[in-house]
Structure formats: C-alpha cells, structure tokens
Design a protein around this ligand. Structure first.
Ligand code: PLI
Length: 448
C-alpha cells in the first residue's frame, strides 16, 4: 500500500514562529507552568485541541463570501438546514454559536433537580451543563473503555446491562434522555459501534426514553464503523451516519469538530415541545432561530464542511495520521491509550512516569516537558483537570483537522522520543495556586 497522503494542496500558509529551548523555558515559567497561559505565538505545534482549529477549504472560504447576513430567513440558514438534515434527519434544526450552547439550552429544557442523565462518558462541558440545572450526569461506558491498555474496537460503547440496571434503579420518569457521545472524547476518542447504538435504542424504546447523540465527531465514528464493524465495509460513510441519526431523537453538535469550521454548533430535536422551549431560550441568549449566535457566513461554512467531512479520502487520511503518531511512539515504548482514537493520541502519563505519584501530577509534568523540549502544546487530562475523580493520568495530543503535515507529526514523534529517553529525570509538580472551579485553565504550578 502506498503512503496515505494529505488529500489537499496548501493555498494559504500561516507561518510558525521558531523558538529556542531558552525562550520556551522562560515562557512556561512566566505562566507558572500552565500551558493554557501561553501566548499561542510561543507554541510551535499546537495540539491543545482539535476544536475550532480546523483549516477551512477553498470551498468553505468561497462560501464565506456568499454568506447572507439577513437577520431572519437568511439563504445561508436554508443551505445550512439542508446540509444538516441530509445527514441528521431531525424535525427541528436549531443553530447555536458552539456545542456547549446547544447543551446549555437542551438541559435547561429537560434537566433539573432530581433528574439523571446517563451517557457513555459526558464531555466536561456536557457534565457541567447537566449539573448546572441540578441534574446528575452519569457515565456508563463499558469496562474496556476505562483501561488505557485494553484493546477493543469500540471502546466508546455504552454498558447496556449497566444502563438497564441504572434505569430500573433511577426510574424512567427521572431520566429525561439517554445520551451517547460519538466518539467518546473523554475516554480517548473511542468509537461506539452501530450494534451498541441499536441496543441502546431498543432499551430506550422499552422504557420510552429519548436518545440524544453528542455528535461532535460523528464522521470519525461512522468511518470507524465502516472499518471495524461487520456488514459496513460496503456502505458509504454518509449512509452509516444517516443510519446512526435515524436511531436517535436528537443531537447536540459542536461544528468546531466534524463540520470543519472555527465556530458554530447546533441542536437537533424531534420533540415539538422541547424544540419550542429551546427556541424561546435561543432567542434570549443566542439569537433569532435562523442564525442562533452565528453569522450567515458561518452557517454557509458549516453547510460545506458537513459535506466535505464525509469524503472518505479525507477520513482515511484523518484517522491514519492520528494512528501514525500513536503507532510510532507506541513502538518506542511510550504507553498510550489503545487503540488510537480518531482525533487524538492520549499518552498514559501514569505508566510513562511511574516514579511520579498521581498526587504530583505526572500528566502535567509530561505536558510541560513536551513544550520545553519541542514547543508542543498538549493538555493534561487527569488529576489536574478532574482532581480526585480522575480515573486515568493522560496527556492528550489532539490533532487539528487538515492543519499539520506528516513532517510536523514526525517532528512531534522525535520530541516525544527525546523526552522518553530521559523520562527518569522528569520531576513531579505541585499546585501553588488554584481558582475555585475548572482549575486546570488557570492554576499555577511548580516543581516539587
Ligand atoms: O467546545 P464546544 O462548546 O463547541 O463543544 C463542547 C463539546 C461537547 N462534546 C464533546 C464530546 C466535546 O469534545 C466538546 C468540546 N471539546 C473540546 C473543546 C475539546 O478540546 O475536546
């Protein structure tokens, strides 16, 4: 098989500012060793997130010029609407400025004290928005999904037996909906199988519960189904995506991921009453229902991105380039969450730095070192982010879509392998200051 090349040419370039180790050592000390505090111009390869960091295509930029900025009933809204329902055949399509705005509106409508919402794993904004209403967010991913080293083709699957128990214990009347996050970001970007979605659907039918999909990375999930699930090799990714959404009653979407844009999101619903309440809230905080916090040009870019993201040469390159990074560092003995997920490689920092106890934040120490060594910015997903609730100590290297070439990734591999050679010298860290909530964004650190 020949090299899987980037399926695009580069028309516009964004220069990267080269920095020295001395400069980076200075910069990270200035931010009290918090990578969120860095000025992006001091970062060489930014793997902080794949959200809102995609490179748009020439087609999308052309669409930006076509954007109709009418307050109500803009043509761009109708093109956006058509593009969404083509894949996600729901009755109501409500644009929002990003994914968490869709979540905030949905849970304001259906959440509240005494309610519980199960999911394979809630992303942190989803959990926060559920809990903000007084409801409880419950994670029910399969056992395999909790262990970095256990290989399973669909590690994002919901524990269906666990879900049944949960429904029996909680009472269906206290569960406004069941959710599935595709792919399971917090668990390593792992996909959910069609069979699992079907099983969750039939359990929902049994108890008359709506199923809502967190669709952020739906295209990557659909392509994993094509590659890994029996009976799907011959289907197009679009057909697979349609099959997924036909099993659900609605979805929340961050267009900043699998719609290949820098801002945007939407909420889809079949329930007329929920949709009416959602639109009322939308008008309060986002805008009129045909733009929902976005410019017409953004809706246009989303419409085109939703079409491009399902191109199979793009998805093949996308999943392969993430896997390539994981494969190379894993072959050199760097422990990672396996198999490699769709949008990111997750280094198992606890296994990588066994001499640093959890309480001394091995993930933070590694993330800082990758920056000092090579200007790479990843993010700790472990005890810094989740404190005592952390199940794993991970460093996520998220790959922006269509942004970096193979030589950028080769450079990232070289930097990780260099850190690997002298990992015994890495030291534990302590928090010297922290805010009352979401501490990972602004906390100060120092070496123990
Ligand atoms: O960043 P938003 O508000 O457009 O989307 C929120 C959101 C919801 N669900 C999932 C699975 C996400 O991954 C997600 C955002 N993810 C970010 C920002 C990330 O860095 O992974």
């Amino acid at each position: 098989m020949k090299t899987i090349i980037e399926p695009f040419r580069i028309k516009v370039v964004e220069p990267i500012r080269m920095t020295t180790r001395e400069e980076r050592t200075h910069c990270i000390r200035e931010t009290h060793y918090n990578l969120f505090g860095l000025n992006a111009r001091d970062v060489l390869i930014d793997l902080l997130t794949d959200s809102g960091t995609s490179a748009m295509s020439s087609g999308q930029w052309a669409g930006i010029m076509r954007g109709d900025e009418s307050y109500a009933g803009s043509e761009s809204y109708y093109r956006f609407y058509d593009a969404v329902v083509d894949i996600m055949p729901f009755k109501h399509i409500i644009p929002t400025h990003q994914g968490r705005a869709a979540e905030k509106i949905l849970f304001s409508v259906i959440g509240g004290e005494g309610k519980k919402i199960p999911n394979n794993t809630h992303f942190d904004t989803t959990r926060a928005n559920v809990e903000f209403t007084g409801a409880e967010a419950v994670d029910l991913v399969i056992e395999e999904g909790k262990n970095p080293q256990t290989v399973h083709p669909f590690k994002g699957n919901m524990d269906v037996a666990g879900l049944r128990e949960f429904i029996k214990e909680t009472g269906a009347e206290n569960i406004p909906c069941v959710m599935l996050t595709l792919t399971n970001n917090s668990g390593g970007g792992q996909p959910v199988s069609m069979q699992n979605i079907r099983e969750v659907r039939s359990l929902c039918d049994e108890y008359e519960l709506p199923l809502i999909i967190d669709a952020c990375r739906f295209a990557e999930n659909a392509y994993f189904i094509k590659l890994r699930e029996e009976g799907y090799a011959g289907k197009s990714v679009k057909e697979i995506a349609r099959e997924i959404f036909a099993l659900a009653d609605g979805c929340t979407m961050s267009a900043k991921k699998d719609a290949l844009v820098n801002i945007g999101g939407f909420l889809c619903l079949n329930n007329d009453d929920w949709a009416m309440s959602a639109r009322n809230l939308l008008i309060l905080t986002e805008g009129f229902p045909t733009y929902g916090g976005l410019a017409g040009r953004d809706l246009e870019a989303i419409a085109i991105g939703l079409e491009e993201v399902l191109h199979e040469d793009y998805l093949q390159y996308r999943l392969r380039s993430t896997e390539y990074l994981g494969e190379k560092i894993s072959a050199a003995g760097v422990p990672i969450v396996r198999p490699v997920g769709g949008h990111a490689v997750y280094i198992d920092a606890a296994a990588f730095l066994p001499h640093i106890p959890k309480a001394q934040f091995p993930g933070q120490s590694l993330a800082v070192e990758l920056y000092v060594e090579g200007g790479i910015r990843g993010v700790e997903i472990g005890s810094v982010m989740f404190a005592g609730a952390a199940k794993m100590e991970l460093v996520r290297l998220a790959i922006p879509r269509r942004v970096y070439t193979q030589s950028h990734i080769d450079y990232v591999i070289e930097v990780i392998l260099e850190v690997n050679r002298r990992k015994d010298k890495l030291r534990g860290m302590k928090i010297t200051w922290e805010p009352p909530v979401l501490r990972h964004f602004t906390a100060h650190f120092d070496y123990v």
